[in-house]
Design a protein around this ligand. Structure first.
Ligand code: FES
Length: 508
């Protein structure tokens, strides 16, 4: 068992899946964010944690940051310590620099009276993450995550909808419900509890994921005008989803704002604290579908922009998910290109954050022009992993869709980027990307005040909805009152999109 502790409390305990990864990477997968001041390059020596068990010994680089007494005490650098077995204890320091993104201890997490167990899950297109809570003590008993097994039907929501419309709807539904049942089983086993003790659950996700979970026909979500007959914001018996937990167990499905503004963004808005901000503030969930929410003077405005799957590594010649073997960081030092590979392995691919860094680095080195033109058709990053002119083109389209979406949303309410007080970046890719690279290539407007990674806000919001009925009322208000700004036929968006295609800093 891998246990993550802080202040004597267990934040998460997970079974090892056999994959080598650093402690910092595991924390990220579990949505427990640890400050990595040098981006996890092993250069700053700041990501200290007490780590014991099945981990690789400290290498020379790590040893250069740690004194002999620190090493004897079991202190290690989370970004350098590689997990290589199933028994590991990680004790995180109780420092203010630590931001826990599991939803545990999140401000505003108020609990109604309850008994038994509760589970909250984020059904992402790529991964499914579930937390288990004791509803009486309000303690987080564990977190489990796995790849969304619907991946077999295609990597993105479009291919899943095609599969569903092609008669695979029942299979898609069963695949995800089995996955949720299995995650709950593992969590119960770890916590020494029974699945029949699960009395309530909250499952969030984008609109397509919730439609597929409920077995609803997705045709209306697949074509213009993208209507939504089911907007959720209600409970269904767990047994109706084939989940044989407590006989009275209800599953709450949070409300969706629109066909492309799902319950995940409703949960993200709730958990981010966007509603409490005095100054206009922004939340951007950047993925295949970029969802952007803006709060101004008590009013919420949202838009969805189709970035395409480039940020997930799809359609990129060496593209890959953020898994061991993927280049996740690229930087330059004295005119030379350096790369970091997840799991310290031979590079086998390039994930979204690596793609962004690589484009920024090539731009810095003059190997790619602002127009996207590359003299060489491909540049070697490491081994067989290349960045090609075609990849740069795909990135330009994706990043322009996001930047133009943010600008159009701001423009529609007479704001510019410097008016924004706070920006959160949500979602897996949004939390991993390096802000500096995002600004250098023009994914985010350069005059937008510094954005911060928010971690898995959808999961944190789901936990809040599990804890309190009042939060459910707030979520329903968010979804009911949000103003959707349509981008598809919006001339401002089209103009911005064309202008933002350049690789380089963009002012709002
Ligand atoms: S984050 Fe800098 S050494 Fe780990």
């Amino acid at each position: 068992m891998i246990e993550i502790m802080q202040n004597g409390h267990c934040l998460a305990s997970v079974t090892w899946d056999g994959k080598q990864r650093t402690v910092a990477q595991l924390l990220m997968e579990l949505s427990i964010a640890l400050e990595l001041p040098c981006g996890g390059h092993g250069r700053c020596g700041k990501c200290l944690a007490r780590i014991s068990g099945d981990v690789e010994p400290a290498d020379a680089q790590e040893q250069s940051h740690l004194s002999a007494p620190q090493l004897r005490e079991g202190l290690r650098l989370a970004c350098r310590t590689v997990i290589c077995g199933g028994t590991v204890q990680v004790e995180l320091p109780a420092s203010a620099a630590m931001r826990i993104e599991t939803g545990a201890g999140r401000a505003g997490m108020v609990w109604d009276n309850g008994e038994g167990l509760g589970v909250s899950a984020d059904i992402g297109t790529t991964t499914v993450v579930m937390q288990m809570w004791d509803r009486q003590t309000h303690q987080l008993l564990g977190v489990q995550a796995c790849a969304n097994p619907q991946n077999h039907f295609g990597a993105d929501v479009i291919s899943r909808m095609e599969a569903s419309m092609g008669g695979k709807d029942k299979e898609l539904q069963q695949t995800v419900t089995s996955c949720l049942a299995e995650l709950a089983r593992q969590l119960c086993q770890t916590a020494g509890r029974e699945k029949e003790e699960i009395r309530t659950a909250v499952f969030t996700g984008n609109t397509v994921m919730l439609y597929l979970l409920c077995g609803y026909p997705v045709r209306e979500l697949a074509a213009a005008p993208f209507t939504m007959s089911h907007s959720f914001g209600r409970s269904v018996p767990a047994s109706q989803l084939g989940l044989l937990w407590h006989p009275a167990c209800e599953v709450y499905l949070p409300p969706c704002i629109g066909a492309y503004m799902g319950a995940d963004i409703t949960c993200g808005i709730l958990a981010s604290g966007l509603l409490q901000e005095k100054k206009p503030s922004l939340l951007a969930d950047i993925g295949t579908n970029g969802e952007i929410a803006l709060m101004k003077e008590g009013r919420l405005y949202c838009c969805a922009t189709a970035a395409g799957p480039a940020f997930e590594g799809v359609g990129i010649s060496s593209g890959s998910c953020a898994l061991p073997g993927a280049i996740d960081r690229v930087w330059t030092e004295q005119g030379k290109l350096y790369t970091h590979v997840i799991g310290e392995k031979q590079a086998a691919g390039l994930c979204g954050s690596g793609l962004l860094d690589a484009a920024a680095a090539l731009l810095r080195l003059g190997l790619v022009e602002e127009s996207g033109y590359m003299e060489e058709q491909a540049v070697e990053l490491q081994g067989d992993v290349f960045l090609t002119a075609k990849d740069i083109r795909a990135l330009q389209l994706a990043k322009s869709a996001v930047c133009a979406g943010i600008q159009t949303l701001l423009d529609s309410v007479d704001l510019t980027a410097p008016d924004i007080g706070k920006t959160w970046l949500a979602g897996g890719f949004g939390s991993r990307l390096r802000i500096q690279s995002a600004v250098e290539i023009g994914l985010l407007p350069a005059d937008l005040p510094k954005a911060e990674p928010g971690g898995n806000l959808a999961l944190a919001g789901a936990a809040m909805l599990l804890a309190s009925r009042d939060c459910r009322d707030t979520a329903e208000k968010i979804a009911g009152e949000a103003v959707i700004i349509e981008l598809a036929a919006n001339p401002v968006f089209q103009e911005r999109f064309m202008a933002d295609i350049i690789l380089g800093e963009i002012q709002s």
